[in-house]
Structures are given as structure tokens and as C-alpha cells.
Design a protein around this ligand. Structure first.
Ligand code: PEP
Length: 259
């Protein structure tokens, strides 16, 4: 078993104090986990600096929920790769379906963001996934291939080592989401792996592919057992630290048994 990536995006949740309390408790037991176990949290922008200070030098990876591609400029409301780099942010989530749906984020802009993140030493965590309609019309593999090909255009095999990919079918995300069947995840992850290998050769084999979308206490281990699932990207079920900790501990036991 290779490295396992387990993390959560808080979306627009948690005040600064709530976030600090959460990471403090999380850090208290992270050291007990094996080094190949990578855990990350992605708080809202307003909490990033203080949470960076609280987590500097620890094993917890810190991510941002979005970023502009330009270094600076007249882009009101945006945050630049230079600003994230200055904070020492480890990764940036790009292309979450909510950003695509509510803020018209598209693959061409994501391509600029991904390349800017790589230039600034920040790992892009690229989210891809089809809508329910696209799946009903049987074009889910084409949709995901197109998202990957456009947003990763121009990334070299060497740079590809920085990438993290999350497959998040839109129909499985959030309160209204329907958890995916393991076979659906297995098929899409294999498809993504093939595509990454065709784009990046051997480097494509090593890019972690995480699964996200209604991961919960009932299904997380089932999902993790799927070949080509290299980690989990968890929303609601990880916002309560007790729930996240329980999943992390069980995943750790599972990973140890598999090693
Ligand atoms: C998400 O929105 O990326 C996500 C995985 O959310 P949830 O786990 O709550 O479905």
C-alpha cells in the first residue's frame, strides 16, 4: 500500500476559534499515525494564517479552497498564489463542483490555476466529476476525460508529481447526494488512472486519486478498499472532529494490516 491521503474541506463553515479548536485536537493524535498517512484540512481563507501558525512543522497538510492564477492585480475578492505561498500553504483545492456550479469555474481557467499553483510550489488538488444528467446520458467518462485533459494541459510529467486528483461525482456530493456504488468508483478511478498514464507516462501511475462524495461512517472503508482509491476527500462526515478521528483511526488500523 502506498501513501494514503485523507482530508476534509470545511467549505464555508467554522469560525476561526472553531477551526483552531478542531486542528488542536486533530494534531493531538496525528503523531501516532504512520508517516505514509497524509492528512489535510482545507479551511476558509479567513482562518488560513492562524491555522498555518498553529500547524507549522506538524504533519497536518493545510489547503486553501480556491485561488486566482495571477500573482497580483485588479481581481477584487480573489486571493493569489503568491499570497498562499507566503503563508506556506501546502495545497489548493481547485475545481470543486460548487465552484463550477455557482461561480462558473471552467476547465480553461482551472488550467491556469493549476499551472500557477505548481509554479508556486503549492500542490493542486483538482476535483473532477460528472453531473447526474451526464451520467444518465452515458458520457461520464468523456466528461471526466475532458475535464482532466483541459485542466492539465501543458503540465509536464515532472510537474505532475505535484498533483492530487479527487473524483467527486456531482450527484454524490452534499445533503442531496446519493452515495456512489463501489463499482462506479472503481470504473472511474481506473479510467482516470489510464488517462493520467497516457498524459504523463510513469509519473501518471503515482498521482494519488482520492474519492469524495457522501463518504460517511458506513462506507469509508468499503471505498478505501477499492483498487486505485488512494485516499478519501470527506465533507460533512469530517466536520465533527470525533467522527473524523474515528474514521482516521479505523483507516490507520486498516492501512497497517495491509502493509
Ligand atoms: C464535497 O463537497 O467535496 C464532499 C465530498 O462533500 P460530502 O462528503 O459532504 O458529500
Amino acid at each position: 500500500m502506498g501513501k494514503l491521503w485523507i482530508g476534509t474541506n470545511w467549505k464555508m463553515n467554522k469560525t476561526l476559534q472553531e477551526g483552531l479548536d478542531y486542528v488542536k485536537e486533530l494534531l493531538a493524535f496525528l503523531d501516532a499515525l504512520q508517516p505514509q498517512f497524509h492528512t489535510f484540512v482545507i479551511p476558509p481563507h479567513t482562518s488560513l494564517w492562524p491555522i498555518r501558525e498553529a500547524t507549522r512543522g506538524t504533519r497536518l497538510f493545510l489547503g486553501a479552497q480556491n485561488m486566482h492564477w495571477a500573482e497580483a492585480g485588479a481581481f477584487t475578492g480573489e486571493i493569489s498564489p503568491t499570497m498562499l505561498q507566503e503563508m506556506g500553504i501546502d495545497l489548493v483545492e481547485l475545481g470543486h463542483s460548487e465552484r463550477r456550479q455557482y461561480y462558473n469555474e471552467n476547465d480553461y481557467d482551472l488550467n491556469k490555476k493549476i499551472r500557477a499553483a505548481i509554479r508556486h510550489g503549492i500542490r493542486p488538488l483538482l476535483c473532477v466529476g460528472e453531473s447526474l444528467t451526464e451520467r444518465q446520458f452515458g458520457v461520464e467518462t468523456e466528461v471526466v476525460a475532458s475535464q482532466l485533459k483541459i485542466s492539465l494541459h501543458g503540465v509536464s510529467s515532472h510537474e505532475a508529481a505535484q498533483l492530487l486528483i479527487a473524483y467527486e461525482p456531482v450527484w454524490a456530493i452534499g445533503e442531496a447526494g446519493k452515495p456512489a456504488e463501489p463499482a462506479q468508483i472503481a470504473r472511474m478511478h481506473a479510467h482516470i488512472r489510464d488517462l493520467l498514464c497516457s498524459l504523463f507516462g510513469d509519473s501518471g501511475r503515482r498521482i494519488p486519486i482520492l474519492y469524495g462524495g457522501s463518504v460517511n461512517q458506513e462506507n469509508f472503508l468499503t471505498y478505501l478498499r477499492i483498487k486505485e482509491v488512494n485516499g478519501l476527500f470527506i465533507g460533512r462526515a469530517a466536520w465533527d472532529l470525533a467522527s473524523f478521528r474515528q474514521m482516521l483511526q479505523e483507516i490507520h488500523r486498516y492501512a497497517l494490516a495491509e502493509m
